[in-house]
Design a protein. Structure first.
Length: 439
């Protein structure tokens, strides 16, 4: 296949670019100056994939095994993965004055999950500037908290690392217990939560909110994302604080304010953020199952997060509601969802479910860990979340390779991977309809 033909097939081009950048990251992380102790090629690749997919699952401790150089490599991979490889390519092209052709615009449109190429370069420029500004503001706020504790140089570095990790929903931390030492700290909780909410809600939503001040002017996608996010976050908070209130290993050991902050943080972090302020493995099984559901749903489309996406989940719920009411069209806010949207949501959900089931099946066959821990690990990898019940470091070669593949599928999107193998030929023939028995 010629290079030009490859770029006219965006899914394959995205996969190739992804593999190239992750390979470069792997080589850099394998350099002697990147680690305090040697790591295997598989562990370096796992870390690079986890960073560029903004997942945050780690097989070696980031703070103790990787040097500042290695951590900077991870940080850069997070930034590239969060904002998108093609977004960085566009910025570079604009800086050197290179023209961006139709094939590149097609690739960018696919990467950002947009409907068309109109205004795509302006969108990339806006999201790049907005993201950098938000990360700088986040780093400044976190510096105000960490400079007094760690000193000027270290405090600023720690703040920059976690601001980038939080905004891009990566979940990487230089501490082995993530942010557990700051479970009741209002500044650390609020700043990090706001960063991964802004990163996870989606660039198109943020631009829409910036340009349109009234609810009625928002696009249907923005309305569903904002209302859906508020509802699911509030529900998650109530569920976790209720289930974990008396758990001596999590909220039970904290005071009233600490319980609130911990429940608040853990309620929002499964939406692909990946940080934690309490021991995830010590949570009640009901809480863990609920978090698995949140991780599978994920964040918003065209965001730094993963999962099937919140709007996909809402489209499925609306479709079920339409069927139960005996209607023929899916409507919400006086708008009708296109049939193609419903089919796409169904395809995403089914393919994602199959990916998760296959991943869990492989871990069940090869790993000596409980079923719930395996399910949690796979869904966390697919949703590019990074939370774990503590089994990541004990995975063998097969387990690591399985999680690597699932992280890649979760980042690129199940449909993108499906389109790579899909046939280009679409028959323009309509066949007679006939019903089959269902249910």
């Amino acid at each position: 296949m010629k290079l030009k033909e490859l770029f006219l097939h965006p899914p394959r081009a995205l996969l190739l670019l992804f593999l190239i950048v992750s390979t470069i990251g792997t080589v850099l992380l394998k350099l002697p100056q990147a680690t305090t102790t040697p790591v295997s090629w598989l562990d370096a690749w796992f870390t690079a994939i986890s960073a560029i997919t903004v997942t945050g699952l780690v097989v070696v401790d980031t703070g103790s095994v990787y040097t500042v150089f290695g951590q900077v490599v991870i940080m850069l991979l997070i930034q590239v993965g969060g904002l998108g490889i093609m977004s960085f390519a566009v910025v570079i092209f604009l800086l050197i004055g290179k023209k961006i052709g139709i094939s590149q615009r097609l690739l960018i449109t696919q990467a950002l999950n947009q409907k068309g190429m109109g205004g795509i370069i302006k969108l990339v420029r806006s999201l790049f500037i907005f993201s950098i500004v938000i990360e700088i503001i986040g780093a400044i706020l976190l510096s105000a908290r960490w400079i007094p504790e760690y000193g000027m140089g270290t405090g600023i570095y720690v703040a920059i690392f976690h601001a980038i990790s939080a905004y891009n929903n990566a979940g990487f931390s230089i501490w082995s217990d993530s942010l557990s030492s700051y479970v009741g700290d209002p500044i650390i909780n609020l700043v990090n939560v706001m960063l991964f909410i802004l990163g996870g809600i989606g660039f198109t939503v943020l631009i829409d909110l910036k340009n349109k001040k009234h609810f009625r002017e928002w696009t249907l996608h923005t309305k569903l994302m904002v209302i859906g996010s508020l509802f699911i976050n509030a529900l998650a908070f109530l569920v976790i604080i209720t289930l974990e209130w008396n758990n001596a290993s999590t909220l039970g050991q904290l005071n009233g304010a600490g319980k609130g902050w911990a429940a608040f943080f853990q309620a929002l972090t499964p939406r692909t953020a990946g940080f934690n302020t309490i021991d995830i493995g010590s949570m009640e099984e009901a809480s863990l199952f609920f978090i698995i559901c949140l991780m599978f749903i994920g964040a918003g489309s065209a965001s730094t997060g993963g999962g099937i996406k919140l709007t996909t989940f809402i489209a499925m719920l609306l479709s079920v509601n339409t069927f139960l009411k005996g209607k023929n069209e899916v409507t919400i806010f006086h708008k009708t969802l296109a049939f193609s949207v419903i089919i796409k949501a169904l395809a995403i959900t089914v393919i994602s479910t199959v990916v998760v089931l296959v991943g869990v099946f492989i871990l069940e066959l090869t790993q000596d860990s409980p079923f719930l821990a395996n399910l949690f690990e796979v869904v966390s990898a697919f949703g590019t979340v990074g939370l774990s019940m503590g089994i990541t470091g004990s995975l063998d070669g097969i387990g690591k390779l399985t999680i690597i593949v699932i992280m890649m599928v979760g980042k690129l999107g199940p449909l993108t991977l499906a389109f790579i193998f899909a046939s280009k030929k679409t028959p323009k023939i309509r066949y007679p309809e006939e019903e089959v028995l269902t249910g």
